[in-house]
Write a new protein. Structure first.
Length: 753
């Protein structure tokens, strides 16, 4: 039985039939696809804002299959038949938006180590030309490399045969692998789209991997060439020197930064280790002298291998993402998100992780200019860059948004001025009330928005229409506050590396924030019951269980890891996410747990810590981080928590009668917080917010407090800030034992264990 769809309601004869893998019929010969895209995309929210259950698809132990309401009778792969790869999308965009700015960056003076105060831009046509020159120069350098040994190294033989074999590439038979090791730079994205247009598979390293994991990735991929910023080059050469047998295939490094005449020793060190070293400008120049035609990929070409560090501390897994995977990821966003053509985005999240790559690819496709952080940019310089660039759209993670929330509250609701507090209390109450009444209502107000505009300007949000949040859950109160304080949509999405990042996203001005929205048009979903955890397909409010995904946006598997691939898919091709989700009655997705994240307490009760952590975080603005611990030898839970420094100090003064002069330094605040009598007060406050939402055995009975206990440098979280529970348990073993030694702080009847 067919369900109503956009196609069945189409009176303009634009949309492809339901059984087509494309969204639209192909454009007439000689017409640019974007003429059509701009008329009909994104599809109206009345169609895309929900998922629907497909009749007749529910099976014992599973929910029905859910698809986006716009196309419930089949999932889509791309917008039109003529655009089947990321290369196709970018080429079409570069033609159509030739004169629009494409990349924006702050020029850097390497001698004086200072960045210009204004942004410089490259147009789409300039970027497209540089892409061709970079690919041409790269292939020339590799083919003429004096250290290439095709009889010894498979990746070197692939360099020789690349031009002849590129048409047959897929995930099992791929090109040599190019590695990128850099912070966010326009050269990073240029290298990425160059690889796409020349059928070269890429991968990426990032700082938090460490040398052991970097060596593992370089050996596994047999990568012969690395494009890196200068600060990484010596370490890469030393890595080959330390592992000459495992990394002997590395024969070329391209420096993103200019190599100065004074850096001859670096070139010498490279030569001594059989590596040629050139800088980016030199490769572009060689590409002009020795032009090479582009080698376009097919949909099955292996686009990139994205390594995830995982949450167990084991070797990272390489997720294989195909050209069709990237195309589907772009298609999902084109169909469901606003297009900021001629607008600006800001590229802040690490490009080594797929979330930012999807966001950047989406922006490039519809003619949006990507702005990059200043040289050496970090969270402390983010606001400076935003104030100069003034983007329309940005993707980021919850911890950045919570810091913005704290900064805004400090200037408004917690201001020293009673008048300021009163004004903004009234403004925010008005905005939140309007936002809760219906979707897509910004609550514009001719007077109130004058105050809001000053807040926007203070953060560089002058032109910001929407921010996207992902990678981790975000508190509902944070979403509501930011929408009210900044007149900006806050859209929460969900995805994984295995799904080329986001496949589901909520409305930026949803009257009921908290969900990740419906599945997109390129992915179908269902849940598998987990009765041992209390999750069932017939649960009130919608089916709950392990989220399963299927469609062109999903990885075919893990690189050189058949065992993990086999474990991650069922016999019907469904990818097992490991996340526990609920699909609401209107088909919206909410993440509530992890499949493996449950354990049994001594009294036999099962506990799911991620659900508990998310609830504590969502209900307590003073909390910034939370790690819950328990095991079968203990009767209750303890937690390692992070507190907002300013709110913690305020709590100590107002609730614990501690004098401000006793809180002169951050350490003073922490010392007070970890006193048993003060900790007890804090814990009672935290538990009061979740009192009726958790069973008694699910509540924290003792806590250890820092401002940021779950940090990357401690290796207790992944680069995308997911908790590594086994590592965290080991790292905080002393604190955990001390908490159990103190006993429960909330229940007199529970003694020390």
């Amino acid at each position: 039985m067919s369900l109503p769809s956009v196609y069945s309601a189409d009176k303009r004869n634009i949309f492809a039939p339901d059984d087509s893998i494309f969204v639209l019929k192909d454009v007439p010969q000689g017409t640019e696809p974007f003429d059509l895209f701009n008329r009909v995309l994104p599809i109206a929210g009345e169609y895309t804002k929900e998922s629907v259950a497909v009749p007749g698809t529910q099976e014992p132990g599973y929910s029905a299959i859910y698809r986006n309401r716009a196309f419930p009778n089949g999932i889509k792969h791309s917008i039109v038949p003529s655009l089947k790869t990321y290369h196709d999308y970018f080429e079409a965009s570069a033609r159509y938006h030739a004169d629009l700015p494409c990349f924006g960056y702050r020029k850097h003076d390497y001698v004086n180590n200072v960045s210009e105060l204004e942004y410089t831009t490259f147009s789409f046509s300039e970027v497209n030309q540089m892409k061709k020159e970079l690919g041409s120069g790269l292939l020339y350098l590799l083919n003429t490399n004096p250290y290439k040994d095709s009889s010894k190294y498979t990746s070197h033989a692939k360099i020789d045969s690349h031009r002849d074999n590129f048409r047959s590439f897929d995930h099992a038979n791929h090109s040599f692998v190019l590695t990128i090791f850099s912070s966010n730079r326009w050269e990073w994205v240029l290298t990425d789209i160059m690889c796409s247009s020349f059928s070269i598979t890429s991968t990426a390293l990032y700082d938090t991997l460490g040398p052991k994991a970097s060596e593992y990735i370089l050996e596994l991929t047999e990568s012969p060439v690395i494009v890196a910023t200068k600060n990484h080059i010596k370490a890469l050469i030393d890595l080959k020197k330390s592992y000459p047998d495992k990394l002997g295939q590395i024969i070329s490094i391209i420096s993103i930064d200019p190599l100065l005449p004074s850096e001859g020793n670096l070139r010498k060190l490279a030569r001594e280790n059989n590596i040629t070293l050139f800088d980016f400008d030199q490769v572009l120049s060689l590409g002009k002298i020795f032009p090479h035609e582009q080698l376009p990929p097919s949909p099955e070409t292996l686009y990139t291998i994205s390594f995830t560090s995982g949450t167990t501390g084991a070797n990272p897994k390489g997720v294989m993402l195909l050209q069709r995977t990237a195309t589907a990821g772009i298609t999902f966003m084109l169909v469901q998100l606003p297009h900021f053509t001629s607008g600006r985005s800001f590229c802040f999240l690490p490009l080594a992780h797929i979330f930012e790559r999807q966001a950047s690819a989406f922006c490039l496709t519809f003619g949006c200019c990507i702005g990059f952080p200043r040289y050496g940019g970090n969270p402390l310089t983010l606001i400076e860059d935003l104030k100069i660039w003034k983007p329309n759209i940005m993707s980021n993670v919850p911890r950045i948004y919570t810091k913005l929330e704290a900064s805004l509250k400090n200037a408004t609701l917690e201001s020293d001025s009673a008048i300021t507090r009163a004004i903004f209390n009234k403004i925010f109450d008005y905005k939140m009330k309007i936002h809760e009444e219906k979707d897509d209502d910004k609550g514009n107000h001719i007077v109130y928005d004058l105050f809001i505009s000053k807040l926007r300007s203070s953060l560089g949000f002058d032109n910001m229409d929407m921010v996207i949040t992902g990678s981790a859950p975000i508190a509902v109160h944070t979403v509501k506050f930011l929408k009210a304080a900044l007149n900006t949509g806050v859209a929460q999405g969900y995805g994984l590396t295995e799904s080329f990042a986001g496949f589901a996203i909520g409305n930026g001005f949803d009257k009921k924030p908290g969900s990740c929205g419906p599945t997109g048009v390129t992915t179908e979903m269902r849940v598998r019951e987990l009765p041992e955890m209390g999750y069932h397909a017939n649960d009130r409010g919608g089916p709950r269980g392990e989220l399963l995904l299927r469609g062109p946006q999903i990885t075919p598997g893990y690189f050189k890891n058949d065992e993990e691939t086999a474990k991650s898919f069922d016999e019907d091709g469904w990818f097992k996410t490991g996340d526990v989700a609920q699909i609401s009655t209107d088909g919206k997705l909410t993440l509530i747990d992890r499949v493996k994240n449950f354990f049994k307490l001594a009294q036999g009760e099962y506990v799911t810590p991620e659900k508990i952590e998310n609830l504590y975080l969502s209900q307590n603005p003073i909390l910034t981080q939370c790690y819950t611990h328990g095991d079968s030898l203990r009767h209750y839970l303890v937690g390692v928590v992070g507190l907002d420094q300013q709110l913690a100090a305020q709590f100590l003064v107002e609730k614990c009668n501690i004098k401000p002069e006793q809180l002169q330094t951050p350490q003073d605040i922490l010392d007070q917080c970890n006193k048993v009598e003060v900790k007890t007060q804090i814990l009672k406050y935290l538990n009061s917010s979740i009192d009726s939402k958790l069973q008694g055995f699910e509540k924290l009975h003792n806590i250890y407090i820092e401002f940021e206990p779950l940090r990357l440098d401690r290796d207790v979280v992944t680069p995308t800030l997911k908790l590594k529970r086994p590592v965290a348990q080991k790292f905080f073993a002393e604190q955990i034992n001390n908490m159990y030694g103190e006993g429960s702080l909330i229940k007199a009847g529970v003694g020390k264990l």
